[in-house]
Design a protein around this ligand. Structure first.
Ligand SMILES: [Fe+2]
Ligand SMILES: [Fe+2]
Length: 209
């Protein structure tokens, strides 16, 4: 099998986004794909730097993170049940020839899949999945609906508020940061900054106060 890190394939981030859009009509689910991509890509950049990767190798490494982030729930709208997601999507990706490393990482984001999170990519995806949704929710309750008005202390406070964004599993955020080996406040700050940097694409610029 071709080494994804060194071979440029047609399996690009743009092809991944097309696949997401073909399978996802919900604007919020599309935004979820983009916000998780944003955070996972940022961890890919940090890891690429830690590994001293350069040039095309670095680009391909980061693109792998971006693809994994953007694709992780691409089957969710069509196959939302725990029996199907992300297994149905993984089968489709395999049939289309997407690299195994990406498919395994996607499977591992579902704790019930039985696929362990071993790689930095897998740990990054899990750590960012629920947090990206939570940071979006924290932004949208601001009067300005702006992610620039969200800060770490406010996020930590909201995490304790059980009535707020009930669908977001707090323990996954806490455990995800621990698995990744990142202090929780630093993890929140890191993802917040990544999402702020990409706020326009995520529709989270909001209105200026
Ligand atoms: Fe999922
Ligand atoms: Fe997700």
């Amino acid at each position: 099998m071709a080494d994804f890190a060194t071979t440029r394939t047609p399996f690009t981030r743009e092809a991944a986004w097309r696949l997401v859009c073909e399978n996802t009509q919900s604007p919020s689910l599309r935004k979820h794909a983009l916000s998780v991509e944003t955070c996972v890509r940022a961890y890919g950049e940090r890891e690429a730097d830690a590994l001293s990767l350069t040039g095309e190798t670095r680009d391909a490494f980061i693109e792998k993170y971006a693809i994994t982030g953007v694709l992780h729930d691409f089957d969710y709208e069509r196959f939302p049940s725990l029996d199907d997601h992300p297994f149905a999507g993984s089968k489709i990706l395999a049939e289309l020839g997407w690299p195994e490393e990406i498919r395994t990482a996607i499977l591992s984001h579902a704790t019930y899949s039985g696929v362990p999170r071993l790689s930095h990519l897998e740990k990054s995806l899990f750590a960012c999945d629920e947090l990206a949704g939570f940071l979006t929710a924290c932004s949208l309750v601001k009067p300005t609906k702006s992610i620039f008005d969200v800060d770490v202390a406010g996020v930590r406070k909201k995490m304790k508020d059980k009535a707020f964004a009930r669908g977001v599993h707090r323990e996954d955020i806490v455990n995800g940061a621990a698995e990744l080996g990142v202090d929780l406040d630093r993890h929140i700050a890191f993802c917040l900054k990544a999402m702020q940097t990409n706020a326009e694409a995520l529709d989270l610029v909001g209105t200026k106060a």
